[in-house]
Every structure is written in C-alpha cells, then in structure tokens.
Design a protein around this ligand. Sequence first.
Ligand SMILES: NC(=O)c1ccc[n+]([C@@H]2O[C@H](COP(=O)([O-])OP(=O)(O)OC[C@H]3O[C@@H](n4cnc5c(N)ncnc54)[C@H](O)[C@@H]3O)[C@@H](O)[C@H]2O)c1
Length: 352
Amino acid sequence: MPDATRIPADRLSSLIARIFEAAGASPPDAETVADVLVEADLRGVESHGSTRVAGYVSMIRLGFLNPKPDVRVVRDTSTTAMLEGDRASGIVVAKRAMQMAMDKARAAGLGAVTARNVTHTGLVGFYPMMAARAGLIGVAMNNGPAILPPFGGITPTYATNPFAAAFPAGRREPIVLDMATSVVAGGKLRLAAKKGAEIPDTWALDRHGKPTTDPVEAIQHGFMQWAGGYKGFGLATVVEVLGGVLSGGLFGTDVPPLKDFGREPLATSAFCLAIDPERFMPLPEFRARIDRLVDQVKASELASGVDEVMIAGEPEARSKAERLREGIPVSAVVVEELTGLARELGLRAELS
Ligand SMILES: NC(=O)c1ccc[n+]([C@@H]2O[C@H](COP(=O)([O-])OP(=O)(O)OC[C@H]3O[C@@H](n4cnc5c(N)ncnc54)[C@H](O)[C@@H]3O)[C@@H](O)[C@H]2O)c1
C-alpha cells in the first residue's frame, strides 16, 4: 500500500488520546476514544478508525460534541437503565452503557441500557466485544442522521443504523457480527471521497436513481442502498425503535441529516444489551457449543472459486493479528490530518 505508512498501534493510540485531551476531553475519555478508533484500524475497519479524529475535533470546536458532558442516569432498575448523553462522544457513552448492561447481566441475568443524545459511536462492534471478553453475550446498535430513504421511498428517514452482536467462544475467536444495515457503512463512502477513490456501483445511487461509482455524488445528492433491500430496511427499523424510540432520543426524520461529517450537528441514540449465558447453562458448555457451531460452518463444502468459509468477525480478527505485528497502514491523507492537528494543538506527533 504505497500511499500508507505502517504505524504501531500504541503510538497511534497515544497521539490520538493526546489530541483529544488537548481538544478538551478528560484523560480517561480521550483514552477511550483513542482505544475504540485504533481497535477499528487494527480490525481493518479503516472507515471508523483514525480517519475520524479530524471530524471529532472539528465537532468539539464547533460545539456539536461536548468534551466535558454531564451524562445523567435518567432511570435505573435491576435490569434496565436510560442515559442522557448531553451531546457527549457516543464512544464514551456507549462504552459506559455496555458496562452498565454487563453489570446488570452479571447480577440479574440480563441488562439493557439506552443512551440518547450522543454523537458518533464509532466501531459499534467494540461494545458487544466487551461483553464477549467477559463471558457474556453482547448486542449494540444505534440510530443516527436521516440520510437513507425507506425501501421504495426517496425521503431520507434513517441512518445506516449499525447492528452488532458478539458471542464468547472457547478455542475459537468470539463470533462478532458488526454491520451497517445499509450495504456498507456510510464512512466507507466518506473515506473513498477523502482519498479521491471510486466506490463499487452496488453501494449507492446518484441523484437520478442510477448506480454510481462517485462517492461525492452519492453523499451529496444520492442515496446509499439497504443491505438485502427491504430486509436491511426492516432490520434498520428495529434499530430505530430500540435505539431512537425506546431511548427517548430523536428518531426518524426528527434526527438532523448529515452531509459533512464534523461540520454539522450529529445526534444518535444507542441500545446496549448483555445476556449472561450462565443463566442458561455453564459457561464452558456454552463456549464449547459456540466452538462446535463455528466448526460446522467452517467445515462447509466450498462453492466453486471460493477458498474458505468465514464466520462473522473472522476477517477482522485476522487483520488485527497482522496489524499488531506489522503496524497499522494509515493512509497519507490521514497521517497529514493527524500531524496537522498535532501541530495546531502544540503536540509532538511521533508516529513512525
Ligand atoms: N457508529 C455508527 O453510527 C456506524 C454506522 C454504520 C456502520 N458503523 C460501523 O461500520 C463498520 C463497517 O460496517 P460494514 O457494514 O461496512 O461492515 P462489513 O460489510 O465490512 O462487515 C459486516 C460483517 O460481515 C462480516 N464479514 C465480512 N466478510 C465476510 C465473509 N467473507 N464471510 C463472513 N462474514 C463476513 C464481518 O465480520 C462483519 O461482521 C462496522 O464496524 C460498524 O459498526 C458504524
């Protein structure tokens, strides 16, 4: 990858944390944001990694992201809670919501926590993975800016409404499904636009409703496509209800649209669920059953031209193992953004 520099994960994480702290976040919050962005880069989800730093800092500067929020617990029971996010980083509040859900799951078997009025949540799979690491089942999702029309419509109504779930395994890696309910995450279009690259013509339509390979046309005048047509739209509706409606946050067309990430307000609301498998069977038995399921999937006979069957989370786990060894390939345009921000904030950018 000639236009990218390999940067060790800890070095990238340290610079990102120092940038957020210098921009006004508390040291623990700055570290959380850096952790989640670098985890995305490690997992090969470049659209949700260090490319977001400039946008988040811009949101802080423009007053759209509150770096010193007063996040309040609005309701709290043994199994449920509601958080009011005060325009905080969605990453910081979603992590807290999942931690609360996990504590409740340990104590009561289940925990469900909503978090409204926060900004971008980043790599949504991060939060269920917290649960899986602790031997729990985790689910997380959030709504966001009205940018996609309902199936068959042309009025922007939902976001790319991500859905993620993770399950602890035994000798296998945890299963981690982490997906937008659109064909791909909107961030993949934004990253392509930033790099001046084309997108596959299956991702979005242009202003005339025709498939386009131009990410700028798609973002500014067109529409992304739902994953699996009306089925992706249906799943996005579930996310809209649990994230937006149940949380007491904004939902549907009430959420302001977003064309220019970092330069416009961004409101999302999230739902985090944790389940303790021990309430159903001993954890080692559950882990062994997950392993057996993965074994069955991996043992499938292969379709012609296919080398291997993978289960959700496997491509990203491989990327992480390789990038922990070799460093994260950060594209030239993102390195430039990070070093430029460091300079503006009076920080030393030691990246290589
Ligand atoms: N914060 C937000 O508001 C927001 C919104 C949308 C998306 N996102 C994030 O964007 C990221 C990317 O989303 P996406 O939908 O473009 O992801 P994707 O299409 O790259 O992957 C989706 C899922 O498919 C699995 N997968 C990929 N290739 C596979 C294969 N060959 N066989 C089996 N499984 C396979 C992956 O492990 C993953 O779980 C996610 O991390 C998501 O959380 C965030």
